[in-house]
Design a protein around this ligand. Structure first.
Ligand code: AMP
Length: 125
């Protein structure tokens, strides 16, 4: 079910639970600002989710409330994961769904990182 991104942060969402260590994940990278792990239902040969460690619903929420250090740390983590997975040369795609029209399912900001094959058109036609 898509979530309404205007409803505020729900501390019981699945990524909050992953960050608290209540649910396992396949971590590929983490630092003070971000956690990157394999998507449980991959849509491409490489499908990683990168999430900030702070409690933010969406990109717009994060950009409004997060500190400069959190924003820099998160953005740098996304790029580091892409480099570490050798995705720069073949290319990759980033995607951040927000709200109902975008079919966001988990109300904790996450950037999908897709790679490992030609990814086709930007949106379904
Ligand atoms: P979105 O529709 O952008 O909110 O995407 C949510 C993503 O989270 C989907 O691609 C799910 O497959 C993924 N997901 C849900 N639960 C887990 C989990 N426990 N571990 C890893 N990925 C998950």
């Amino acid at each position: 079910m898509p979530v309404d991104a205007t409803l505020g942060y729900d501390d019981s969402n699945i990524f909050a639970r992953i960050l608290r260590g209540e649910i396992p994940n396949k971590t590929v990278y983490q630092d003070d600002w971000a956690l990157a792990f394999h998507d449980i239902n991959p849509q491409a040969p490489i499908h990683i989710l990168v999430i900030p460690k702070g409690a933010y619903v969406s990109w717009d929420d994060f950009s409004e409330r997060a500190s400069d250090a959190e924003i820099a740390g998160f953005v740098r983590a996304v790029g580091k994961v892409a480099r570490d997975l050798d995705l720069v040369s073949p290319g990759y795609r980033l995607l951040a769904n927000t709200g109902i029209n975008s079919h966001q399912e988990v109300p904790h900001l996450h950037v999908h990182l897709f790679g490992g094959k030609a990814l086709g058109p930007m949106l379904a036609r």
